[in-house]
Design a protein around this ligand. Structure first.
Ligand SMILES: [Zn+2]
Length: 456
């Protein structure tokens, strides 16, 4: 796997690792001599093991998606009747079905009438739901169920966790990467850097006995970044603006933000900021932050000058529009107020997107329980984004931003086999991006929509 500026974990091929482990056990436990019955038992066990290994290889290594409409990237015209062959977790070949040869041992998914895109990124999630809070003490079924509900069924093959308890999130990642759980690749910032926590998470943190320190000096910020980098975090999150209630925002001193960003970049990690208001955005720009984790609720309309400042700072923007609908409903705002608030956020996204700003898809799930992505796609479309622009926000934009465009974000020979199979065509209606039939990560099917038997 090509190493980018931001070092992200190398994902093992699940099936191969399992096969290796089984083979190892087999050789360790067979006795060298014994009775005829013992020999027969051993031969039977050997035969069964070999059959198991063979079926594992066929299932996990070779997969063929045939007859699909394939969007290889947001900018290329689709292949109307295309087939994709996957071997060893990567795209082995793709092209028109008429010229593609499917190996006999491959598992074939007939995708006639279906649409295939690269796997989706959700660049703003939290490993903070009740079911995921105690990973070391939780059974696989419970965790699998939550991963499916939150991520797999919406097509996410990579998620960026933008604040959680780092040790717990790393434990979840390890269990997914070992093959025990079915889930996306998890990138994480672990505990965020804040001078003071925002008011809306205070009760949650207290109830769950989660302590996140207040960072008041550049030295403390540098220490936290180094600690996180050593443990395996993939980014850093700053609350450059932290909401304190009644319109008040605690703004991070630029010196603290700058120290954190410089150290994070030295450790090859991108930096995200929760801005909250324009002062929070200004600190993010002044300190060299890479991505705004939200549009900005406490902000005048975005002028072309404001947008140009963000762009010249090479700032990515995660809209999280669904969050504002969620917050307005939680705060029992009237429908009129909720819609006005949403319209303001949609306009910020429109200004950034129309100026060709870098938009990264993200919904803040794990803080919200609104896992369904339909509303986010609808609002992005209302902001004037075309289906190609939304597909770019889901795939190529994060791949480029996080220095992984050589291995992920597009469907091409040699790329990671992270794919989404949709029931309908997002070119006709962007809500189709939420209509996921299969999610495939590294060539392994991690989600199949429950369906009549005729589908498979
Ligand atoms: Zn969040």
């Amino acid at each position: 796997m090509p190493q980018g500026l931001y070092s992200l974990p190398v994902v093992p091929v699940r099936g191969r690792r399992r096969v290796a482990e089984r083979s190892h056990q087999l050789f360790e436990t067979i006795p060298l001599a014994g009775s005829y019955i013992t020999h027969m038992r051993i031969r039977l066990a050997l035969l069964l093991s070999l059959l198991l290994i063979a079926s594992t290889i066929a299932n996990t290594s070779d997969l063929a998606l045939t007859g699909a409409k394939v969007y290889t990237s947001p900018t290329e015209p689709p292949i109307e009747n295309g087939s994709i062959l996957i071997h060893d977790g990567r795209i082995f070949s793709l092209g028109p079905s008429s010229t593609s040869k499917v190996p006999g041992a491959a598992r074939v998914i007939d995708c006639k009438g279906l649409v295939v895109t690269a796997g989706f990124w959700n660049n703003h999630v939290h490993i903070f739901t009740p079911a995921l809070l105690q990973v070391p003490d939780s059974g696989a079924n419970k965790l699998d169920q939550e991963l499916e509900t939150m991520f797999n069924k919406w097509g996410f093959t990579t998620v960026f966790d933008l604040s959680s308890a780092l040790d717990n999130t790393l434990a979840l990642r390890r269990r997914i990467e070992s093959g025990e759980l079915r889930g996306p690749r998890i990138l994480t910032v672990g505990e965020p850097i804040w001078t003071i926590e925002p008011v809306y998470v205070r009760d949650f943190l207290e109830q769950n006995h989660i302590r996140i320190t207040h960072t008041e000096t550049p030295e403390q910020a540098i220490a936290l970044v180094r600690d996180h980098a050593a443990k395996g975090a993939n980014g850093i999150k700053l609350f450059t603006g932290s909401y304190q209630g009644q319109g008040k925002v605690a703004v991070m001193p630029v010196a603290v933000a700058k120290a954190a960003v410089e150290e994070a970049h030295r450790c090859q990690m991108p930096v995200f900021a929760h801005p909250q208001n324009v002062d929070g955005v200004n600190v993010a720009i002044a300190s060299g932050v890479d991505v705004l984790a939200h549009t900005v609720p406490q902000s005048p309309p975005w002028t072309s000058e404001f947008v140009a400042r963000l762009q010249s700072a090479n700032m990515g923007l995660i809209p999280t529009l669904t969050l504002f609908d969620f917050e307005a409903r939680k705060g029992k705002e009237s429908d009129t107020e909720r819609q006005a608030w949403l319209a303001q956020m949609v306009e910020e996204l429109r200004a950034y997107s129309q100026a060709d700003g870098d938009v990264l898809f993200g919904t803040d799930i794990g803080y919200t329980n609104h896992y369904d992505t339909t509303l986010e796609f609808t609002l992005m479309s209302q902001a004037g984004m075309s289906f190609q622009q939304i597909l770019a926000a889901l795939t190529t934009n994060p791949a480029r931003k996080f220095r992984e465009a050589d291995s992920t974000g597009r469907i091409a020979k040699g790329m990671n086999a992270d794919l989404v199979v949709l029931s309908t065509d997002p070119a006709q209606d962007v809500r189709a991006f939420a209509d996921v039939r299969y999610t495939i990560r590294n060539g392994n099917i991690i989600y199949v929509r429950p369906s009549p038997s005729s589908w498979q």
